[in-house]
Design a protein around this ligand. Structure first.
Ligand SMILES: [Zn+2]
Ligand SMILES: [Zn+2]
Length: 127
C-alpha cells in the first residue's frame, strides 16, 4: 500500500473520531484495516498531518499526546477520572487573544486551554 494512501486513511479515521484518540489508540483502530502498519509509521504520519494543519495534536501534561480531527479553534475538557477528552463548545474565550494583546502589548499567535474536572458519567458513578 502506498504511503500517501495510508496517510489518507489515518487522516479520515481521526477526522471521524470525536474521542481525541492517542497514537496508540489510532494504531489499534488501523490494524484491522492496514494489517502491516507499524506504530512508528502511525506516529510519523500523525505528526506530519499535524504539521500540515490537517489535524491537531494536543499535548496533555502527564499523558500521551492526543489527536483531533476538528481543526476549528476550540477548547477541551479532560475528565481526571476516566481520562476522556471532550470538546468544549463555548464562545466565552473568543476574544481572549484580543484582550491579552490589548492589555499586555503581546501578540498572541496561538493558545491552548484544557479544563480538568470530572465528567457527568464519572460523577454519577460516585453518588
Ligand atoms: Zn469521566
Ligand atoms: Zn477537540
Amino acid at each position: 500500500m502506498k504511503y500517501s494512501k495510508q496517510r489518507e486513511m489515518i487522516r479520515a479515521l481521526v477526522a471521524d473520531c470525536r474521542t481525541h484518540p492517542t497514537a496508540d489508540e489510532i494504531y489499534g483502530m488501523l490494524r484491522p484495516m492496514i494489517p502491516h502498519i507499524s506504530l512508528a509509521t502511525v506516529y510519523r504520519n500523525l505528526n506530519m498531518l499535524a504539521e500540515q494543519g490537517v489535524l491537531r495534536k494536543i499535548t496533555v501534561s502527564g499523558g500521551p499526546d492526543r489527536f483531533d480531527g476538528n481543526i476549528k479553534e476550540h477548547y477541551h475538557m479532560v475528565c481526571t477520572h476516566c481520562g476522556e477528552m471532550m470538546d468544549l463548545e463555548t464562545d466565552f474565550f473568543d476574544d481572549i487573544a484580543r484582550k491579552i494583546e490589548q492589555k499586555h502589548d503581546f501578540t498572541v499567535t496561538n493558545h491552548r486551554l484544557i479544563v480538568y474536572g470530572v465528567c457527568k458519567k464519572c460523577s454519577n458513578n460516585n453518588t
